[in-house]
Design a protein around this ligand. Sequence first.
Ligand SMILES: [Zn+2]
Length: 112
Amino acid sequence: MKRILTALNDYLQDFSSLIYPNLCICCNESLVKQEQHFCTRCAIGLPRTYYHLASMNPVEQLFWGRVKIEKATSFFLFQKGSKYQKLLHHLVNMPHGIVTVGKFPNCLTLPM
Ligand SMILES: [Zn+2]
């Protein structure tokens, strides 16, 4: 019985996505069932900084002489007008909760 309900739910979600498709925040392409918020192509193309791997990275340097901190980092580079600008606006305007970006092993989970 549970399998039938799951299959029915899948059919209903597939049908509703024909009318109201889930779109990628960044590129407005349709999302596949395993994707949330933004597509895998945009996740892969995200301009990551890898600052968490480097000490004295540019984000930490922003705080030098101002505030005593132990670590600072940024996940990706922000460039005004890029498709990832919409992602940042979406994250800022999310209600309280957790945003998970991607389903693959190195996905990003942000407590909001
Ligand atoms: Zn996309």
